[in-house]
Write a protein that binds this ligand. Structure first.
Ligand code: GLU
Length: 713
C-alpha cells in the first residue's frame, strides 16, 4: 500500500495551527490511522499491525462484500459477515422444499457450498491521491454542468486507465471532499463467493423489524461465506474447479470476550454520511426526503406482504425487497425523530450564523466566502421546488418492468461484440424476470404513474399516459393497476421467452417497437435527460461552493475534518459502553441467551429455533461459550464506535486486533449518526463471536467451522 495525501491541505493547516484531531467521532481513512495515537487510547499492538503501507496488516483481511463488509477468518478464504448481507444469496438459494432462509444452511463439505450469485468481494490493495489530475483545468469560473461532468468523467477515466484491463483488479476514484480531494483506490476483486453456513432465520433475524435498529438486541446476525479463485489464483466467475482464495492475512478469533469499558475497533466500508452538509440539506431531509421515502417504502412493504400472504414461494420472492425497504424506512423514521429531538436544523442554522459572522469579520474573508452560505441556500430552494418530480422520477426508475426495458436499451448500446452482449443481457433479464410478480408490479407502476400525472403541470412528464378518473388517489391507482395488469398480459413482457427474444434487437428496432413498456421506457429516458442536466448543474454548484466553505470552516474551527463516509475503507475505535437513551432508562452493553428465552414467543418476530430453546433448558453446552462475568452465553454487544450502513459485517476487534464480534446495527437514537455523532447516543451493535460459534456448533453442527477458525473447545 502506498500512503496518500488526500488530507494534505487539511493536515498542513493542522500543522500550522498545531491543533490535534478530535477523537470523539471518526471514520478515519487509512492515511490517518498512524496519527491517532491509538496506544494511548487502549490499543495493545503496534499500529502497523492494523495498517502497514509497506507490508501485511489487518487491512488485507477486510473485504467489501454484498453491500457491506466481510473479514477473512481462515487461510482458506472463509469470510464472516452478517446474515443480512448474505440474505439475498440465501433467499435466491431457498425454495419451499429447501428453505435455507427459514431453517439455515450448513455446507459440511466444500462441494456443498452454494454460489452466491452476483456477490463480488473486494480487498483494498493501494490508494493514491489524484486530486490534481481530477481538478486540472477546473476553476471557480467553470460552468456548473461542465464542472460536474468533467469531474465525474475524469474520475471514471482515471479508474479505467489504472485498471488497464487487469482481470484481478478493480479501480475506483472516490470523492473524499467535494471539489477538493479525490483518491484512487485499487482493489483486488474476487467474483466467486459461496455460502458456507447460515443460521436459521429465528437466529439470524431474531426480533425481525420490531428489534431492528434497537438495543437491547438478541439477533445472531451472522453468516459465513467463502471466496474462490481460479486454480492459478486469478479472479474467475463461479466454476467447479475454482479453489479457495488465500488471503494475505486473516483475523484470529478470541473467545475471551469483552466487558464494559474495553477498547474496541472496527475496520470496514461505511457507506455514506452527511456531516459536512449545511442546514439547508438537513432541512430538506427532515421536511421532505425522509418522510417521502419512508412512507413510500411502507406502502411497498404492505403491498408485497399482502400479495405474499399464505404463499411461501411469493414470500420468498418478496423477502429480500421487503427486508431492505423495512430497514431503510425504520432508519429514516429514526432519523426524523432524531432531527426533531436534537433540534438539529435550528442548531446548524445557529452555527452557520456564527460562521457567517467569522467570515464577515475580515474583509478579505468576506470577499472570498461571504456569499457561500446564501448561495447554498439558493441551490436548495431551487432543489426543494423540483424535489417531488425528481423523487417521482427515481421511484419510476425502480419499477421492475422499466428496469427490464432499460437493461434492453443499454444492452443494445453496448460496444461489445453483439453475440456476447446479447448473452449477457439475456442472463440479466432472466435473473430479474424470476423476481417479478405481475400484479404487484402493476400496482407499483400504477402508483408511480398516478404520482407523476399529479405533479404540477410544469413538472409532469410522460404525457402519453392516460390515467383513469376516480374520487381518490387510491381509487385511481387501483383502476390503473387493473388496466396495467391487462396491458402487461398482452405485452412482450408477459413471458420470459418473448422478453428474452427482445435481447437480439438492434437499438433502432427497440426504439421503434410499439410495446407499451418499451414506449414508457423511451419517455422515461427522454424526461431523464432534462432532469439529469439539472442535477449535474446542482452537483457542480455545490461542488464549488462546498469546497470553499470547507476551507473557511477549517480556518474558523482551527482543525481539520475527517471526510464523510463514502464506501472506502475506514477505521473507527471506541469502547464497549452502555447508554441512557431516554428519561429513566439506562442500558447495559451486553445481552445474553437468557434474554432470547425471555423474548421468545414461538411466533414471528420472536421465534427462536426449538433447538436453541431446548439447549438453553438442558445447559448441555461447553463452558467455553459462557462469559464468566455474565454467567451466561453472551449474545450481542454495544459500543460507542462511529459506524453506518456498509459497516454491516465489519469485525469488532479487541485491543490485540483479535475478532470478538461482528458489527450489524445501531441503536435507534444512533440512526441520526449519519448527520451528527454524539457520545451520548451514538451506539452500534455487534454479535458476540462466542454466540456465533455456539450457534454454528450446536444448531448447525458445523464443528468444521470452529476447527477452521482454530477455536478449540
Ligand atoms: N443494520 C444496518 C443496515 O442494515 C447496518 C449497520 C448500520 O447502518 O449501522 O443498514
Amino acid at each position: 500500500m502506498r500512503r496518500f495525501s488526500t488530507l494534505a491541505p487539511v493536515l498542513l493547516i493542522v500543522a500550522l495551527l498545531s491543533v490535534t484531531l478530535s477523537a470523539d467521532e471518526g471514520m478515519y481513512p487509512l492515511s490517518e490511522i498512524g496519527t491517532l495515537n491509538l496506544k494511548a487510547k487502549g490499543l495493545k499492538i503496534d499500529v502497523k499491525e492494523i495498517y502497514n503501507p509497506d507490508g501485511v496488516s489487518l487491512v488485507q483481511a477486510i473485504c467489501d462484500v454484498g453491500g457491506g463488509t466481510g473479514e477473512f477468518v481462515s487461510p482458506d478464504g472463509l469470510i464472516l459477515t452478517n446474515h443480512h448481507i448474505a440474505f439475498s444469496a440465501v433467499t435466491a438459494a431457498s425454495t419451499p422444499e429447501h428453505d435455507y432462509l427459514k431453517n439455515g444452511f450448513t455446507a459440511s463439505t466444500r462441494e456443498q457450498e452454494i454460489p452466491a450469485a452476483n456477490y463480488v468481494c473486494k480487498i483494498t490493495e493501494s490508494y493514491r491521491d489524484v486530486t490534481a489530475e481530477v481538478m486540472d483545468g477546473i476553476s471557480a469560473e467553470t460552468p456548473p454542468v461542465l464542472r460536474a461532468t468533467a469531474i465525474r468523467d475524469k474520475m471514471n477515466a482515471i479508474a479505467k486507465r489504472e485498471e488497464g484491463g487487469r482481470k484481478n483488479i478493480a479501480c475506483q476514484v472516490s470523492e473524499m471532499f467535494p471539489g477538493r480531494s479525490y483518491v484512487l483506490f485499487t482493489y483486488r476483486s474476487i467474483q466467486d463467493v459461496r455460502l458456507v453456513y447460515v443460521p436459521p432465520i429465528g437466529v439470524g433475524n431474531f426480533g425481525g423489524e420490531a428489534d431492528n435498529w434497537v438495543w437491547p438486541r438478541h439477533t445472531g446476525d451472522f453468516s459465513f461465506l467463502r471466496a474462490y479463485v481460479a486454480p492459478d489464483g486469478s479472479t474467475a466467475p463461479y466454476a467447479k474447479e475454482n479453489v479457495p482464495f488465500k488471503p494475505k492475512r486473516h483475523i484470529k478469533v478470541s473467545m475471551k470476550g469483552v466487558k464494559e469499558g474495553d477498547f474496541v475497533m472496527i475496520l470496514g466500508y461505511p457507506g455514506r454520511t452527511f456531516r459536512h452538509k449545511t442546514s439547508h440539506f438537513l432541512a430538506m431531509q427532515e421536511g421532505f426526503t425522509l418522510p417521502y421515502i419512508s412512507k413510500r417504502f411502507d406502502w411497498l412493504i404492505a403491498t408485497m406482504e399482502k400479495a405474499g400472504m399464505g404463499n411461501r414461494t411469493l414470500e420468498l420472492m418478496f423477502a429480500d425487497d421487503i427486508k431492505s425497504y423495512a430497514n431503510t424506512a425504520k432508519n429514516y423514521k429514526g432519523k426524523i425523530q432524531g432531527l426533531r429531538r436534537l433540534d438539529l436544523v435550528r442548531k446548524k442554522v445557529a452555527e452557520e450564523k456564527e460562521l457567517q459572522a467569522f467570515i464577515n469579520a475580515d474583509p478579505k474573508r468576506a470577499a472570498q466566502y461571504g456569499t457561500a452560505l446564501s448561495e447554498i441556500g439558493r441551490v436548495y430552494d431551487a432543489y426543494r421546488a423540483v424535489a417531488p418530480q425528481e423523487l417521482a422520477y427515481a421511484m419510476l426508475g425502480r419499477t421492475k418492468y422499466l428496469g427490464l426495458a432499460l437493461t434492453l436499451s443499454s444492452g443494445a448500446e453496448s460496444k461489445e461484440p453483439k453475440a456476447e452482449s446479447v448473452e449477457k443481457v439475456k442472463r440479466t433479464l432472466a435473473a430479474r424476470y424470476a423476481d417479478i410478480h405481475a400484479p404487484v408490479e402493476a400496482a407499483i407502476l400504477a402508483k408511480s404513474l398516478v404520482e407523476i400525472a399529479d405533479l404540477p403541470a410544469e413538472q409532469s412528464f410522460l404525457p402519453g399516459m392516460e390515467i383513469p378518473r376516480g374520487s381518490s388517489v387510491a381509487e385511481r391507482e387501483a383502476a390503473l393497476a387493473a388496466k396495467l395488469e391487462k396491458m402487461i398480459a398482452a405485452s412482450v413482457f408477459a413471458s420470459r421467452e418473448s422478453l428474452l427474444g427482445l435481447a437480439s434487437l438492434t437499438r433502432d428496432e427497440l426504439e421503434k417497437h410499439d410495446d407499451f413498456i418499451l414506449a414508457l421506457s423511451r419517455q422515461y429516458r427522454r424526461a431523464g435527460e432534462a432532469i439529469r442536466e439539472r442535477q449535474r448543474a446542482r452537483e457542480g454548484e455545490l461542488n464549488r461552493i462546498e469546497a470553499s466553505l470547507l476551507d473557511v470552516k477549517m480556518a474558523w474551527r482551527m482543525k481539520s475534518f475527517i471526510p464523510d463516509a463514502n464506501s472506502t475503507l475506514r477505521l473507527t475505535f471506541g469502547y464497549i459502553r452502555g447508554y441512557t437513551p431516554a428519561d429513566a432508562t439506562t442500558y447495559k452493553p451486553q445481552t445474553t441467551l437468557r434474554g432470547i428465552i425471555e423474548k421468545h414467543l414461538g411466533e414471528e418476530p420472536y421465534n427462536a429455533p426449538g433447538g436453541l430453546v431446548e439447549l438453553y433448558a438442558s445447559k448441555a453446552y461447553s463452558k467455553a461459550f459462557i462469559d464468566p462475568a455474565l454467567g451466561d452465553v453472551p449474545v450481542a454487544m454495544l459500543y460507542n464506535m462511529d459506524t453506518t450502513g456498509g459497516n454491516s459485517g465489519s469485525p469488532v476487534l479487541n485491543a490485540r486486533g483479535e475478532l470478538v464480534g461482528v458489527n450489524f446495527d445501531r441503536a435507534y437514537e444512533a440512526t441520526i449518526n449519519d448527520y451528527q455523532w454524539s457520545e451520548s447516543y451514538s451506539r452500534s451493535i455487534g454479535a458476540d463471536v462466542r454466540y456465533i460459534l455456539f450457534v454454528a456448533k450446536y444448531l448447525g453442527h458445523a464443528d468444521f467451522l470452529l476447527d477452521e477458525l482454530g477455536v478449540k473447545i
